[in-house]
Design a binder for this molecule. Structure first.
Ligand code: 13P
Ligand code: SF4
Length: 331
């Protein structure tokens, strides 16, 4: 997740650099908007960010939309309010821009579940297979891939591959199983998963659905198979949002990271959205702790100091770029 040559504010502090403390009276949203103009920067934010960050975004969306927008940015700086693999993807597809991530520790359990050395060995066991990887993986894994996909276009990407072609799908086994079911393709799966989407409780969702018999249950395809099987609709964050806007029902149980509820409530103010229950009542498990590492303070500091920056070796960018470009062309 974190590269050796990325620089964190903490590392700079250790080298004697002190970031000035933020004036507690500062209007941070206003200051961030000003910095965007002064520095010719564009703010891209994922739906899983805190509402205050979503509100400041120039582009707010799911992984596919944000990758598409990142490729088109003409401004000098891309500030990515999301997780590391998303900022890394922005750097790969628009490498002349400075790409900033407010907190370099904002990783992803799914990306971390696929170490490049192990994956290279796995790939070598299936020399005839085409490698399709979910965008939630490191640049090194993308460099080992033939085609990248997101949850928005995964079915389309798999269907673009000839029927008799062997396919490795990584790193998400849950999305992989869902794709096998949807496309009828028999794929070789890597055993990775997302801690947030695996936390949803099938039994509690069933009990909640009984309490709200008119509610529709909608889920992100990173959730486990039994949860997906009872969903009225399965889709990416943008897909789930589109569904609740277009569907006539008025109550929804939503199995994905709770940050998406902010935009759902904004777009459908008269409807009711209930976050799907998780196994462990004592945790805020339907929130992605990685996504939530980004705060307004860190966003402000990152724009003031233009740090931490995503820095990747040119050879890695060149290798990781091809499968992303193939995806963007096919999307
Ligand atoms: P989306 O493709 O819906 O943006 O999913 C991103 C993600 O990280 C889901 O956990
Ligand atoms: Fe990764 Fe899951 Fe967080 Fe998405 S919700 S960024 S897949 S850990």
């Amino acid at each position: 997740m974190k590269k050796d040559n990325d620089i964190t504010l903490n590392q700079l502090k250790k080298r004697g650099f002190i970031a000035s403390p933020i004036d507690p009276t500062l209007d941070l949203p206003n200051a961030i908007q000003k910095l965007k103009k002064e520095k010719n920067a564009v703010l891209l934010a994922h739906y899983y960010q805190d509402a205050a960050i979503q509100e400041l975004a120039d582009y707010l969306g799911d992984s596919l939309y944000l990758a598409q927008q990142a490729a088109k940015v003409e401004a000098d700086i891309i500030v990515f309010a999301g997780v590391h693999f998303m900022a890394e993807t922005a750097k790969i597809i628009n490498p002349t821009k400075k790409v900033l991530l407010p907190d370099l520790k904002a990783g992803c359990s799914l990306a971390d579940s696929c170490p490049p050395g192990d994956f290279a060995a796995f790939k070598a066991q299936h020399p005839e297979a085409i490698v399709v990887t979910y965008i939630n993986c490191s640049a090194e894994i993308k460099a080992l891939s033939d085609l990248v996909c997101t949850s928005s276009n995964a079915v389309k990407m798999i269907e673009s591959i000839p029927k008799d072609q062997e396919i490795i799908f990584a790193p998400d086994k849950n999305l992989g199983r869902y794709l096998i079911k949807e496309t009828g393709r028999d794929m070789i799966l890597w055993e990775g998963s997302c801690i947030v989407h695996e936390a949803f409780s099938f039994d509690k969702i069933v009990a909640l659905a009984k309490q709200y018999p008119k509610a529709k249950f909608i889920a992100h395809p990173e959730s486990e198979s039994p949860v997906l099987e009872i969903a009225h609709y399965v889709g990416s964050t943008a897909g789930l949002l589109r569904f609740v806007i277009e569907d006539p029902s008025d109550t929804y149980i939503v199995a994905t990271e709770a940050g998406i509820l902010h935009e759902m409530k904004k777009r459908c103010p008269t409807k009711t959205f209930i976050p799907a229950p998780v196994e462990d009542d004592t945790c805020a498990c339907s929130e992605c702790a990685f996504m939530k590492l980004n705060t307004l303070e860190k966003l402000y500091n990152c724009m003031v100091y233009e740090l931490p920056e995503i820095i990747l070796k040119p050879e890695l960018i060149a290798a990781a770029r091809l499968p992303i470009e193939r995806m963007l062309k096919l999307s």
